[in-house]
Design a protein around this ligand. Structure first.
Ligand code: RP5
Length: 168
């Protein structure tokens, strides 16, 4: 996989977002999807973020995932500068526990959507799965990996339910 060109661009607003974003990379790797991960900020490095968004298609990126906290404009700013699908993860890094990031990520004006997933680490994982679902329309191996991922989830849930007793 390291030799393959990335299909997914994963960006986060700060190095402090890395713990939350880790689950995103873990699932992309599990599904065999080549990706790149970068730290870019709509507020602190706007020129570099714009360049990244505008060059993504030319570099072979097909989906962008952007995670940010506080007044999170990263996903929306990237969406404004590319027509690639953009998935936004509101990160719960502020005193408002991600409520601020959720609204600033999800409430995009008509015409410039950001597909916003759940707040925090669960959302980071779901962003990877959603990116895979988009890519699965075109790449059969990714579709097969996703189907296996779903089967494993179901299997695990059934095993846990079978092992559970009220005494637990
Ligand atoms: C946002 O501000 C980042 O996405 C991060 O969640 C938050 C805080 O960043 P740091 O001050 O920790 O660098 O832009």
């Amino acid at each position: 996989m390291p030799d393959e060109k990335p299909l997914v661009g994963v960006v986060m607003g700060s190095t402090s977002d890395a713990d939350v974003m880790k689950g995103c990379g873990d699932i992309l790797r599990e599904l065999g999807i080549p990706y790149e991960m970068k730290v870019l900020s709509a507020h602190r490095t706007p020129d570099q973020t714009r360049d990244y968004a505008m060059s993504a298609t030319g570099r072979g990126i097909e989906v962008i995932i952007a995670g940010a906290g506080w007044a999170a404009h990263l996903a929306g700013f990237i969406a404004a500068n590319t027509i690639l699908p953009v998935i936004g993860i509101p990160i719960d890094s502020s005193p408002l526990k991600g409520n601020d990031a959720l609204l600033s990520t999800v409430q995009m004006p008509p015409g410039i959507p950001v597909a916003t997933v759940a707040v925090g680490s669960g959302g980071a994982k779901n962003a990877a799965v959603l990116a895979a679902q988009i890519l699965a329309l075109k790449y059969k191996p990714i579709s097969e990996k996703l189907q296996g991922y779903r089967r494993a989830l179901t299997q695990k849930a059934m095993e846990m339910a079978d092992a559970w007793t009220e005494a637990d």
